[in-house]
Design a protein. Structure first.
Length: 106
């Protein structure tokens, strides 16, 4: 059996290490702002062509990240099966496609 000085704490540290493992775990936690999820929404006209969709996919593939990407078209919102890293450059590139109505990051 373990002696009293080696009893594990609920957080994963032990009383012998003075809770150092617990302190290390606490410093690894992300700030609340860093864990908030943003969504990139691209609004397209109902008559959007396949060439525009291919261009959008290529741009989004170049900006992979952890934010959800959504396409809104003709009253329908479609969550894309991959995530992106929204940036000013990505938003500008999407808007420059011409047939994109709006690009928003929330």
């Amino acid at each position: 059996t373990a002696s009293e000085s080696e009893v594990s704490t609920a957080e994963g540290g032990s009383s012998r290490d003075g809770g150092a493992a617990t302190a290390a775990t606490a410093t690894q936690a992300k700030p609340a702002a860093a864990t908030e999820t943003r969504t990139l929404e691209i609004s397209l006209p109902a008559a959007c062509g396949q060439d525009t969709l291919v261009s959008i996919k290529q741009l989004l593939n170049q900006h992979q990240g952890s934010s959800q990407a959504v396409i809104a078209m003709d009253g329908t919102r479609i969550k894309l099966p991959f995530t992106v890293a929204p940036s000013d450059n990505l938003v500008r590139s999407l808007r420059d496609l011409g047939s994109v109505e709006t690009v928003t990051v929330r």
